[in-house]
Write a protein that binds this ligand. Structure first.
Ligand code: MN
Length: 290
């Protein structure tokens, strides 16, 4: 039977590998996407490091984070992070959870993460904190029960990034690609803040700049341009994998071309022919310089 979600599984596998390739997720951490046809379900990989996720690893879950089709394969213990956010945030269609090294100092100290450059606007209006100890006392720090997941989702509130004390960060996005974009650029902002704090007192964006920068960067042009870049970087990394005899994700070329390429407003389609790259490795590209 053909899989109606084959493309979605492929794109989610690519998102997993991109987040690994960009240093956001290592052996631990995960990203999910809501089922576009059924808001009461979402897709996430089985228990596996993101860098290795294949489309066939992607399973469908209910919002209670139970597999739609019963399975014996091992699942992530923190899936409730995803399901409980989807329950209370109908605007959110993708969730990422990670422990990126540059975000962890903020989780360890409680220092507020603030936007310090235009792409830092992806932090959103505020980055709240959640401390599992407040409600649950001493735990193994994993967000693994429905009650913990619900508490974590309440702490996120209407925002897009949540810092978990002594643990990591969770991100929300209106789409999978937006969630990847936010995950990467909020981490870059954290790296910048650590460096800036080492040499002086950082001056964050004003609330107005924060809103304007976030809105601009998260538009389809910015998200698609970055997506093409990250897919291409992944292709280059995976070319080395292939040389080492490791399996790589097929058909990345299809994803390298942004969905919005060549359909800019007010430009007739005939101006947007497509060129094949010299090697053909990056698939079809818009001629338009972006
Ligand atoms: Mn975690």
């Amino acid at each position: 039977m053909p899989d109606a979600f084959a493309e979605l599984r492929h794109e989610l596998a690519a998102a997993n590998r991109i987040l690994a390739n960009e240093g956001i997720i290592d052996a631990f951490g995960h990203i999910s996407v809501r089922n576009p046809n059924d808001p009461g379900r979402y897709f996430i990989s089985r228990h596996r490091a993101s860098e290795l996720v294949e489309p066939s690893d992607i399973l469908e879950m209910t919002l209670d984070s139970k597999p739609v089709v019963p399975t014996n394969v091992r699942l992530y213990s923190e899936m409730v992070i995803h399901g409980e956010i989807y329950k209370v945030r109908p605007d959110v269609n993708s969730v990422c959870h990670h422990h990126a090294p540059s975000v962890l100092p903020f989780c360890a100290t409680g220092v507020e993460l603030v936007p310090l450059f235009h792409l830092g606007g992806t932090l959103g209006a505020k980055v709240p904190f959640w401390d599992s100890r407040d409600e649950f006392g001493d735990t193994n720090l994993l967000v693994s029960t429905p009650e913990q997941g619900a508490s974590h989702a309440r702490a996120l509130g209407p925002y897009y990034m949540l810092l978990l004390r002594r643990h990591g960060a969770s991100l929300a996005g209106k789409s999978l690609r937006e969630c990847v974009f936010r995950s990467i650029y909020t981490t870059r902002n954290a790296e910048l803040q650590l460096r800036a704090m080492a040499i002086g007192a950082p001056g964050p964006l004003s609330p107005g700049e924060r809103e304007k920068c976030g809105g601009h960067n998260l538009g389809p042009r910015g998200v698609e341009r970055a997506w093409e870049y990250w897919v291409t970087r992944l292709q280059k990394a995976e070319a080395m994998w292939a040389a080492a005899g490791l399996p790589r994700l097929r058909d990345l070329g299809k994803l390298a071309r942004p969905q919005t390429a060549g359909v800019g407003p007010g430009r007739p389609a005939r101006h947007h022919g497509r060129a094949r790259s010299k090697s053909g490795a990056t698939g079809r590209r818009s001629l338009r310089s972006r």
